[in-house]
Design a protein around this ligand. Structure first.
Ligand code: M7G
Length: 324
């Protein structure tokens, strides 16, 4: 598995002037999971080796707060596992048959990492986002968007404070891979928090637009083409330079609907089966650009198809308005 070279990471940090702030993995001042009490398993996947939990935590002796905790086994790295195997680790035989044998191997702690994402305090929306649910396909016309979806988004979408923190360098400043600072056509490229940055096989970055107020694909017009082209071309260049992946090895797309209504573009390794790449959600940036070049108001007017979970308030609003 190709790994993100430490040397390259250090050189690049020095180049973009962010080396000073990187003090390595930090220990939180308070424990983010103090007094954790499980409320529910929201979802689990044996295939992805991931579990999504809803719990209550009592941080700083305050009242219990809702938390979503995501635990995920991290991918193997070829050099560390080959070192481990060369050291003849203890193997407990599970079964043996002809040329086949299966063992239990208890790895040392450094090879047993569990990526842990904590969202606290988590809102009801966060909890629902990770809950397994039946889904239902929506065909949203431009009019449906104006009359139902837009008022809904304006009234109750997830906070994008984390996005503003990145744009204002109040959070994750040392993780920025590339920035075009132009307020109209610029953006910040940063590793997505789904990616641990240890191997490029599951590479995942997001480009966050500097201009605010572009909520999603629906808001895009031909006026945004310079911004979109900057994201496409500069994003590809920056990823080639930093991680050695070429543009034709990347899947570059927007979600509709997104979870966070501030324009951002996903960059994932083509070979990585990243969540959210299904045809009813992902729109390739190259197609978006081409559609806007042909028809400047393409996304304002056309019917967009997406899936909503059965208990999503937006689905109820669309149903109440007789739209589905
Ligand atoms: P989306 O299309 O709005 O929704 O993408 P999704 O989460 O359902 O895919 C938002 C992207 O931002 C996702 O890929 C998230 O993993 C990523 N993301 C969310 N948060 C809160 C953060 C964060 O705080 N930092 C970073 N770097 N990425 C985040």
């Amino acid at each position: 598995m190709a790994q993100v070279g430490e040397k390259r990471k250090r050189e690049d940090k020095a180049e973009n002037g962010s080396g000073d702030t990187d003090t390595g993995p930090s220990v939180p001042s308070h424990h983010p999971l103090s007094g954790f009490q499980l409320q529910a398993v929201l979802r689990e996947s044996a295939r992805d080796k991931t579990i999504f939990l809803h719990g209550k935590v009592t941080r700083n002796a305050q009242d219990a707060e809702d938390a979503v905790v995501i635990l995920e086994r991290v991918p193997f790295q070829a050099d560390s596992v080959s070192r481990l195997l060369a050291e003849r680790p203890e193997l407990k035989l599970q079964l043996e048959n002809d040329i086949y044998s299966v063992y239990h191997l208890n790895p040392p702690p450094e090879l047993n990492e569990i990526k842990t994402t904590v969202i606290c305090p988590a809102t009801e929306k966060h909890i629902k986002k990770y809950q397994r649910q039946d889904v239902c396909l929506i065909h949203e016309t431009g009019d449906d968007y104006d009359s139902v979806t837009l008022p809904f988004i304006e009234a109750q979408s997830l906070s994008v404070q984390w996005v503003y923190n990145i744009l204002e360098k109040k959070a994750e400043a040392d993780r920025i891979v590339h920035e075009n600072p132009d307020p109209e056509n610029g953006f910040i490229l940063i590793p997505d928090f789904k990616w641990n940055q240890k191997q490029v096989d599951d590479l995942y970055l997001i480009a966050i637009s500097h201009p605010r107020g572009i909520k999603s694909l629906r808001d895009l017009t031909a006026d945004h083409l310079p911004l979109l082209k900057n994201i496409l071309h500069e994003g590809q260049e920056a990823i080639l330079k930093r991680y050695g992946l070429r543009g034709n090895q990347l899947r570059i797309y927007l979600h509709y609907q997104p979870s966070y209504y501030h324009l951002h573009v996903h960059f994932t390794a083509l070979g990585h089966d990243a969540p959210g790449t299904s045809v009813e959600r992902a729109h390739l940036l190259c197609d978006v650009i081409q559609n806007l070049e042909r028809e400047p108001r393409y996304y304002r007017t056309r019917t967009l198809t997406y899936a909503l979970r059965a208990d999503e308030p937006l689905l109820k609003k669309l149903k109440d308005a007789g739209k589905c």
